[in-house]
Design a protein around this ligand. Sequence first.
Ligand code: ADP
Ligand code: MG
Length: 262
Amino acid sequence: MLYVTNLSFSIKNKKLLKSINFNANQGEIKVFIGPNGAGKTTLLKVIANIYKKDKGEVRLAQKDIGLLKPKELSRIVSYMPQFSEVPDITVLEVLELGRYTYCGTKIKRQDRDIINNIIDNFSLYSILNLNISTLSGGQRQKVLLASCLIQEPKILILDEPISHLDPKNQLDVLRIVKKFTKERNIITLIVLHDIQHALHYGDKILMMKDAQIRYDINTKEIQKYHLNEVFEIQAKLFKEENHTFVYYQHSHLQTKKYPHKH
Ligand code: ADP
Ligand code: MG
C-alpha cells in the first residue's frame, strides 16, 4: 500500500501542493483528473522523488520513498513524464535502458525475455531499429510507456501517457496498463484528461483543483456534481450495463437557424 501523508510543496513561495493525503492499494489503478494547473504533474513528480517535498511523507509499506537512493528508487518507481525529451538512440536501446537498473549494461537472457514480451504486447517489431527522435508523438509515447513497464516497477506513474495516441492506440495502451497492474499487483497512478477513460479503466478517481485534493472516490461513486464542481462544466452521467458514461452539456444558441441546448 502507498501512503501519502500531509504532503506539501512550493516553488518560490508559491504553494503548488497543499497538505495532500491519500492512499493507493496494490493491484489498483488510481486516475488523477483535474483542470490544467491543478497540480497533478507536480504531485506525481514529488511522489516519484523528482521534486523534494517541503513536508510530509510518501511511503510504500515500510519504505520511505523520499529516502531511497537512485538505484533502489528506479527498481520501485517507474515514471513517465507528461513532456519529455527523447535521447538520440534506437527504440530497442530505449527499451533496453529499462532493464539497466537490474543488469547494468549487460542484458541477460531473462532481461531479453522481458523486453521481447513487451515488444510483443505493444507491437513494436517494425520500429525497433528506428531512432526514437524520428518517431511520431504517439509512437514515442508507446515506446516510453513500454520502457516503463520493462523496468518492472512496484509503482507505475504515468502523466498523460495517451495524449498523442489515436483512439485505437489509446484503448490498446490502457488495456495493457490495466492488465499489467492487475497481473503484477502493482500500484498505478495515472493522469488522464478523458473522463470516459478514467471511468472505464480506473478503480479509483482522485480529483485535484487549486493544489488540493477535492475528491478521492471509487470510480463507481462518481456523480455529476463532482465534475461540475471540479471542472466548472455541466456534465451529465448515464449508466448502462453497469458502466457510467459522461456527456458534456453545451449549447448552440448563437446559431441562427436552429438554436438549441443539449
Ligand atoms: P497540472 O499537471 O495539473 O496541469 P502542474 O502540476 O503542472 O499542473 O502545475 C500546477 C501549478 O504549478 C501551475 O500553476 C503551474 O504554473 C505551477 N508550476 C508548475 N511547475 C512550476 C515551476 N517549475 N515553477 C513555478 N511554478 C510552477
Ligand atoms: Mg500536468
